[in-house]
Design a protein around this ligand. Sequence first.
Ligand SMILES: [Zn+2]
Length: 472
Amino acid sequence: MVDRRDFLLGMGAGVGGSVAVLGTASMASAVVTGEVAKQESNTLYEEIITMPVDDSHCHPLTEQDAKTTPDQFLERISLAAMPAFAYFPDGVFDQWKTGDAALKHTLDKKYGIKAKMDEINYHFSESVFAKYMVKEMAGFLGCKPDIKSVIGARNERGGNYWGYIGDMFRDIKLENAMVDTGYAEGMETQGILRFEKAIKPTKVRRIYRVETIQSDLLELDISFEELETRFLQKVRAGLDGTANYGGKSYGMKSYLMPTIGVVKPLYDADVAKQSWAELKSESTYEDRQAESLAGKDLQRYLLTLAQEECLKRDMPMQYHAGDGEAPSIILRQQDPYNLEEVVRFDKDGVMRMPKIVPIHAGYPLVGQAAWLSHLYTNCYFELSIMTPFVHQGLLQRYLQVMEAVPLSKILFGSDAYHVPELYWLAGTWGKRYLSQALGVYVHNKLLTVDEALEAARMILYKNNRRLYNIDA
Ligand SMILES: [Zn+2]
């Protein structure tokens, strides 16, 4: 328990103008209870709530969630259910989803699909995140704070789904959405263009994923030289032309780290060529890790080509770091420190330092991502997935990030997918807990009010525009 006198001293009461040093226990307890710097936080919040937001990592939306059920809605958000098909043999989950009652019954009997999905939903619905989300949505929709009422009210808005989405985007003042087209639920160019048009005046800025470019090519029976030529053509057409689903790109994204762990650049074409030959001849693997490492050198080589193209254009490369998407990927390979060699991007003994953005805050390895960014000036820090998923914990996490990362390198992001509420929750909670975290600094005189407000502007939108060379 924290003694009240210690607590007040720890908060700087009576310290008279000097920077107060907070006792660790007092600080932790006071931060958790939200008692720190309430007044300062509230003052900052009044200003911060009016600021625009750029979402530096997010995904396009379809209309398939315009009408939903409580179970479906939770399943679409739950990371434990993503991807749900991975829990069952190939193709079974899709058959079950789209099949008639008889087929569903047969598949359920054999694979227990409904029971497994119910179990996932049950636990997700009992998370503090889900309970808090329901209350927030009830506030936005003006209904009772329970999941049935919330989904009922949401379905009423589903008749004009893009209008509903627009209201949410306006509420958080979303101006630029840096959309990773590499996860787009099978949306083709028409789907992405439709999303882009429907969310105006919010602007879509495309991020082109390396794996999107290479996946078709790796299916082909072509020589290594042909593969390299076609890959480079596609990269250039996506960065400079409209090959990224009908538009130009502002940067790229790599999903390689979850696949191979340590990501080292590779310049030797012979090694890559050998790897391509092995990949084509191999068909069975000992386990999922061996399968995931197949073609590792080829992928390192293609990534290096893409990274060079970004460097030439002063474009950033986002790297998936931390986070999940279990059961499909390998969690233990996602340490942000595995990115050190691409951050350096050494060639001929010289560090070239392209703009690198480990995304998802490296969550849960937030400290490693923050420290990598502290040490390498060309390495940035991006807040998605952690925002919104750790909800109230964002207060402590934002303090943890700001203790190491320059304010000029922290980027707001949501990783919103499937449903617009993830955009909205991230924007809403991002502003709320950023105000609280900055309030702690103002209260303790680490930052002035003006510095704290400028920090918020940088994190919420200015850094994104500077990094991606966006004019407005
Ligand atoms: Zn993402």
